[in-house]
Design a protein. Structure first.
Length: 358
């Protein structure tokens, strides 16, 4: 009889030393962080949301060259909304005072679909790269694409923010569910509805998801140290996913204004906002969130809000300001320190009762 604990079994299936997953963080990392995490015995993740196909291949190749171990490629599985010219016009009208203040010409702002969902091109990349894990945010792709991903032998994971979402994912055959509590930084993985009142904290959501599905559950949100890891395991988690704790690592690409915010008292005040992209995401409260939201009916549906915000972000960051930047962070940034990723992993791993080699 196999007497291994759930985290031990999870780690063994992927050839990991620790049942720890580095959360994919588009805009704050590249392959360097994923490689450093992998070398430390956890699962490094590479976010594809902001990468063109060739860039994704290049980054994945760099990770493979720099570290021996499994790799998680993460994709968005949202549905691209139909263009809404009236809503876009209203959104830009609301932002007009900021354009004038920062000298941005709104007529020069390009329009377009923004971040693209997982599609046939992305699937071909997965088939070529053959990562050990392919994870999704905002649900799952259509049945045909999902079958092709599974055909590569990769484990398929996706994020659930409610028990209903977890059951829906399990019904479609995922190999693991990421239970994302409301404390988590960055975008909510919501896909069944848009009601943020359905969003539970990690330690309320986690045991309910564990009871509801028969696949491993990965706890995510608000876990910043070994005590959080131990608590997640006690509530049935097979693994733990951590993001915010890596944002100040030297291997991360976190911007200067984002790093400054993470090291300031402001990091204690985060909120869900749809102003940056059109979907709820948790970040450090900044000027845009204070003055227009943080949740508002103004922004176009995801990812349409991004185009109008991008030039404001660029102009403000040139002045050293994060007033319009996505300062993504979870509610518990206590583990976010300027330490190498390997040290972050070693500290978190103590929550499994395993002492990492020095």
């Amino acid at each position: 009889m196999d007497t291994a604990s759930a985290p031990e079994a999870f780690a063994r299936r992927l050839g990991l030393a620790h049942a720890l997953v580095q959360a994919p963080m588009a805009g704050s990392q590249d392959g360097a962080l994923a490689a450093a995490v992998t070398r430390a015995g956890a699962l490094g993740s590479l976010p594809a949301a902001l990468l063109a196909p060739q860039a994704l291949c290049d980054e994945a190749g760099a990770v493979r060259a720099a570290a021996v171990g499994p790799l998680n490629l993460n994709f968005f599985a949202h549905r691209t909304p139909a263009p809404d010219a009236a809503r876009e016009a209203d959104w830009r009208a609301a932002l007009r005072p900021y354009y004038e203040e920062l000298g941005v010409d709104p007529a020069a702002i390009p329009e377009g679909p923004g971040r693209l969902p997982f599609d046939a091109t992305a699937c071909e990349i997965v088939e070529a790269l053959r990562p050990e894990v392919v994870s999704f945010h905002f649900g799952l792709p259509d049945a045909g694409l999902l079958a092709r991903v599974k055909g590569t032998g990769a484990q398929v994971w996706s994020t659930a923010t409610t028990v209903a979402e977890a059951r829906a994912l399990a019904a479609r055959g995922v190999d693991a569910v990421i239970a994302q509590g409301a404390e988590a930084g960055g975008h909510r993985g919501m896909f069944l509805d848009e009601d943020i009142t359905t969003q539970l904290g990690t330690f309320a959501l986690l045991p309910q998801v564990v009871a509801a599905v028969d696949v491993p559950v990965i706890a995510a949100g608000g876990i910043a140290d070994a005590r959080g890891v131990a608590a997640a395991v006690a509530l049935g988690a097979s693994a733990v996913q951590v993001g915010t704790a890596f944002l100040l690592c030297p291997e991360a690409t976190t911007s200067a204004v984002h790093r400054a915010a993470l090291k300031s008292p402001a990091v204690s005040h985060t909120a869900l906002t749809n102003l940056i992209s059109g979907r709820p995401a948790r970040g450090i409260v900044n000027r845009l969130m204070r003055e227009l939201g943080p949740m508002s009916v103004l922004p176009p549906a995801f990812p349409g809000a991004t185009n109008a915000i991008a030039p404001l972000r660029a102009a403000a960051e040139k002045r050293g300001s994060g007033d319009f930047s996505p300062l993504w962070a979870g509610q518990n940034a206590s583990g976010c320190t300027e330490a190498p990723a390997a040290e972050v992993i070693a500290a978190l791993a103590q929550g499994f009762g395993v002492r990492s080699p020095t």
